[in-house]
Design a protein around this ligand. Structure first.
Ligand SMILES: Cc1ncc(COP(=O)(O)O)c(C=O)c1O
Length: 458
């Protein structure tokens, strides 16, 4: 166990006092929550926005660069960055300009525009795949890839890893329970048992994956290159490369979902490690925070898709939505790919994330806590484990909601935002050394409070 019991007890008490402090500091957010609550349950347009530990939601007045300002006039150094949607900063100037320009010349026409060819060239140059499709969200992109993989291979099954998350995609809502794949009980409204067609394997266990692939009934392996939606698990050296090779031996397609690991560097983990999957998914920050996602694929996949489209029965394919690939999304994507996702911006983000990870480690050591900090490019995460995690099961065991939430709320009350899930922090091109210093020193104070030391500040 990597969370000592006395720390957990103090976390519960800390949450209670920090909730009171939050309520004192946010009278206008409280009023807005009450008014919005008349028409939006809980006062929020999406129920996840209640996942923060605050007693009522924090209402935003402005988000610009790395600073969020709330309606009560308080400003925050933002390391949550919309849980990656704003990974390149809020409203990056080139994206804001492109949106403003496009806004008066057409938003959506269900036709390609003058920008289409250029965006395709940019996507190919950034990520190395020759062919692309655009969707509205990463969830949609993953769903489209699963459907295509089934259509192309004629197989029904999908292999994912225990501890994964790929958005709303139902096929990924399975976990390992005593070695058996089970549908996650948290999945609402799902009447067909996903475990009939999805198989969960332990991450980093090549033998287990290969044993499943050997049945030659798996259409697609869908994975992030590192598990980022649980306590962060990095792949063992060569794991993803060998997984792709094994899938290929057994006629299974592979999709790497880079929606979070795009933090690795230009081109994501795939480019950094010269991976050659069949599909590549990127959502969230690809249009600088506007709703858009893409999936890329190889020339072989494109040729097979063309054959399927030519020979399929007449009628809707069921892949695609009306607003996908609209002109506004493409304009934002053009600006983001060309002017924001630059090697220079990545260099700044990664070097500052290294400083952040090292600062967090220093605080953990100073408080003699048995925890680690894992980093993947611009993303750094505190993990409640004394050694790097290797699987989803280890990650699940390393999660402690009370301690996480106490830290998040403590930081929020001291003008620092981190993601409400796990202890994930992201560095943007607009993040400054001062922002990092603020987070590290406030984090140190949070640990002091959890360790029962005096002298924490408001
Ligand atoms: C790896 C991964 N893929 C896909 C998604 C889905 O993204 P969205 O919620 O924007 O559809 C997420 C969301 O967190 C994610 O982490």
């Amino acid at each position: 166990m990597s969370v000592p019991p006395e720390i957990r007890q103090r976390a519960e008490a800390l949450i209670a006092s920090e909730r009171t402090l939050f309520a004192e500091r946010h009278p206008l957010s409280k009023q807005m929550a009450a008014r919005a609550g008349e028409h939006f349950p809980g006062g929020v347009p999406l129920h996840w926005m209640l996942d923060w530990e605050t007693p009522f939601p924090l209402f935003v007045r402005e988000a610009k660069g790395s600073i969020v300002t709330d309606v009560d006039g308080l400003s925050y150094s933002d390391f949550c960055l919309g849980d990656t949607g704003a990974m390149f900063g809020h409203s990056p100037a080139p994206v804001a300009r492109a949106i403003a320009e496009q806004a008066s010349t057409g938003l959506t026409a269900m036709l390609p525009s003058e920008l289409t060819a250029h965006v395709g060239e940019l996507l190919a140059a950034h990520f190395g795949f020759p062919f692309w499709q655009v969707t509205a969200t990463a969830s949609d992109a993953n769903r489209a890839v699963v459907r295509w993989a089934r259509a192309l291979t004629g197989r029904r099954k999908v292999l994912v890893f225990d501890g994964c998350y790929h958005g709303q995609l139902e096929d990924a809502f399975v976990k390992l329970d005593d070695g058996e794949t089970k549908m996650k009980s948290s999945l609402l409204g799902q009447i067909v048992d996903i475990a009939e067609t999805s198989i969960a394997a332990p991450f980093n266990d090549l033998e287990a994956a290969e044993a499943i692939l050997a049945h030659e009934d798996v259409a697609l392996v869908l994975t992030e290159p590192a598990l980022t939606n649980t306590a962060m698990v990095l792949p063992k050296d060569g794991f993803i490369e060998k997984l792709i090779a094994a899938a290929r031996r057994h006629g299974t397609l592979v999709c790497i979902d880079e929606t979070h690991t795009i933090s690795t560097g230009p081109g994501g983990f795939t480019r950094a490690h010269s991976l050659d999957p069949d599909f590549f998914v990127l959502g969230k920050p690809v249009a600088g925070g506007l709703s858009a996602a893409v999936f890329g694929f190889t020339a072989k996949v494109e040729a097979d898709m063309a054959h399927v489209l030519e020979t399929k029965s007449p009628g809707y394919s069921g892949i695609g939505t009306t607003l996908s690939g609209n002109m506004l999304a493409l304009a934002a994507m053009r600006a983001c790919l060309e002017e924001v996702m630059t090697p220079e911006n990545y260099a700044h983000m990664i070097s500052l994330a290294e400083k952040l990870a090292s600062g967090l480690r220093t605080e953990v050591t100073r408080h003699s806590l048995p925890w680690t900090v894992t980093q993947i490019g611009a993303r750094a995460e505190l993990v409640f484990s004394s050694r790097p995690l290797e699987s989803g099961a280890e990650a699940a065991a390393a999660i402690d909601h009370a301690v996480e939430r106490a830290i998040h709320l403590f930081l929020l009350n001291r003008n620092v935002l981190v993601t409400p899930f796990h202890n994930m922090t992201l560095v943007a091109p607009t993040t400054t050394e001062a922002d990092v210093k603020r987070l590290v020193s406030r984090f140190g104070e949070a640990l002091s409070a959890l360790c029962g030391e005096n002298g924490t500040t408001r």
